[in-house]
Ligand binder design. Structure first.
Ligand code: 4AD
Ligand code: MG
Length: 483
């Protein structure tokens, strides 16, 4: 009897779950599937009942049909919605947020493979288009949308930029993973001025909790200008390390290539004896990342190469095919001296290369990227390796200059010889402060070197964007920290 009851119970549970499954299937058949615009446009779900959510990029009301273009940021192209005029609503305006349900159909127009025949349209968020600073069907200039950092992601150009930036970020990480590098999360807050240029933002709590004159960390602390010294620590144990993090510089500059907060990819390689070991990685990384971005963000990159810097595609493709050039600082100075151009800044051996010089040099190189190596020793920070075997007093430092942007990478071999490094630190009165750095040379020191790539300058270079403020979501520069 007991057994019989148990069997009946088992049977009823099985039957119930079968019924429930049937009901669920029935319900699922009816319920529209939520698709992103990119998924809808792929054409994989023709005739399916779907729901799409996004923002209206255009509205065209005709006698027979209402047409909307809806975009949700998943790709550049918008999904065309075709609806009966009865579904029109005065709230359906450019910029409004909508939820549309209907059936995906093959489109008769070559421009879009798929369209959505709408059954329901719901306005989720209204947009008063007369007050909205972005206007329908206008390709606003980058300078114009820069005034609206809270709204510019609604434009095609800036949403393309953000997708490219995201893809380039993944490409950077993939490149290093594939090449055996270890990612290090280096600190944002530091007590060092790695570059020694005095461009530090000092940090303290906004309201002092303890006595007025005491530093929060008991010593002055800053936002990092470069993670290099922390990476050098790690390169004493891991032969290949990198970081991809924000860097901060209190530059008093409004230039189109300087930000107060920017992102930098930094690399440190142990057992590295020559600048060529560095330039090889710099060039390879630049090319592989760019190839991946061009491949995976073709439509978005095309927008820049068509509308922002027409013809830039050819320049980028040529860059990928050719080997980058190499010249010494001394050769660069000779080229500048022979030039008929008048420069605002001096071009004597020992002078720093300014933007005008860098621009001249890349033009001289026929728009090919050029590595400038072996800078005067005195121009470079304390950590740079002394080229003792050179007739002129130079350091094993390298910058990569690219057309239209100038310096994108800066790097060097690091001084691994304890006596030379100590002598230089003594000279600038930093021997005590950098005792820990000298330890790295005392305990298992190896020849090593590394570099940093300005991520925004890299994006400027591959997209042909003139102003660095247009390739970062929220630009910070002197006298401007909006939002
Ligand atoms: O040449 P920099 O100053 O080199 C360093 O910081 C080294 N410690 C890096 C290293 O070897 N690990 O900066 C590296 C790159 C520059 O070539 C430039 O592309 C970018 O960072 N950069 C800036 N980008 C935007 N705004 C600024 N204010 C920048 N300063 C440097
Ligand atoms: Mg530099």
């Amino acid at each position: 009897m007991k057994m019989f009851r148990a069997a009946t119970q088992r049977l009823s549970v099985a039957t119930a779950s079968r019924r429930m499954f049937k009901t669920l299937r029935h319900f699922c058949k009816k319920a529209p599937r939520k698709l992103r615009v990119s998924e809808a446009l792929s054409g994989a779900d023709l005739e399916a009942n779907v729901q799409v959510q996004g923002w209206v990029r255009s509205v065209r009301s005709q006698k027979a049909n209402l047409f909307l273009d809806v975009n949700d940021g998943s790709c550049l192209q918008s999904l065309q919605i075709v609806a009966s005029p009865q579904l029109n609503d005065p709230l359906l305006t450019f910029g409004s947020a909508v939820e549309v349900q209907g059936v995906l159909k093959q489109s008769l127009h070559a421009k879009q493979p798929v369209e959505l025949a709408a059954e329901h349209i719901r306005v989720v968020g209204e947009c008063n288009s007369s007050d909205f600073p972005l206007k329908i069907k206008e390709r606003h200039k980058l300078e114009y949308i820069r005034q609206f950092p809270h709204l510019r992601c609604r434009t095609n150009t800036f949403s393309s930029l953000l997708r490219i930036r995201s893809e380039a970020t993944s490409a950077v990480h993939s490149y290093f993973k594939e090449n055996g590098f270890l990612q290090i999360h280096t600190p944002i807050i530091t007590s060092n001025d790695c570059e020694g240029a005095g461009e530090l933002f000092q940090i303290e709590p906004s309201s002092q909790q303890s006595s007025e004159d005491e530093n929060y960390f008991s010593i002055p602390a800053y936002l990092t200008v470069s993670a290099q010294l922390h990476l050098e620590i790690m390169a004493g144990s891991f032969s290949r390390v990198y970081t991809f993090a924000p860097a901060f510089r209190a530059e008093n500059s409004q230039s189109r290539r300087h930000l107060a907060e920017f992102f930098m990819v930094e690399v440190e390689l142990a057992f590295t004896r020559s600048v060529e070991d560095l330039t090889e990685v710099m060039e390879d990384m630049f090319k592989r990342i760019t190839e991946r971005v061009l491949d995976r963000c073709a439509e978005d990159v095309d927008l820049f190469h068509k509308h922002v810097r027409p013809g830039h595609r050819d320049t980028v493709e040529a860059t990928l095919k050719e080997r980058f050039l190499v010249m010494t600082y001394s050769e660069a100075i000779n080229i500048l001296k022979r030039s008929s151009q008048t420069f605002a800044f001096p071009t004597n051996w020992g002078c720093d290369l300014k933007t005008e010089h860098e621009n001249y040099l890349v033009k001289h190189c026929g728009t090919r990227p050029v590595f400038v190596v072996d800078y005067p020793y005195q121009l470079k920070p304390f950590y740079t390796r002394d080229n003792r075997d050179h007739p002129e007093h130079t350091a094993a430092a390298v910058d990569l200059l690219v057309p239209g942007v100038g310096e994108v990478y800066g790097g060097s071999l690091r001084e691994e010889r304890l006596d030379l490094l100590r002598a230089r630190l003594e000279k600038i009165g930093l021997e005590d402060k950098y005792n820990w750095y000298l330890d790295l040379r005392r305990f298992g020191s190896v020849p090593h070197g590394g570099f940093g790539m300005g991520f925004e300058r890299y994006l400027q270079c591959i997209l042909g964007v003139d102003n660095i403020k247009d390739v970062i979501p929220f630009p910070r520069f002197s006298h401007s920290c909006l939002l």
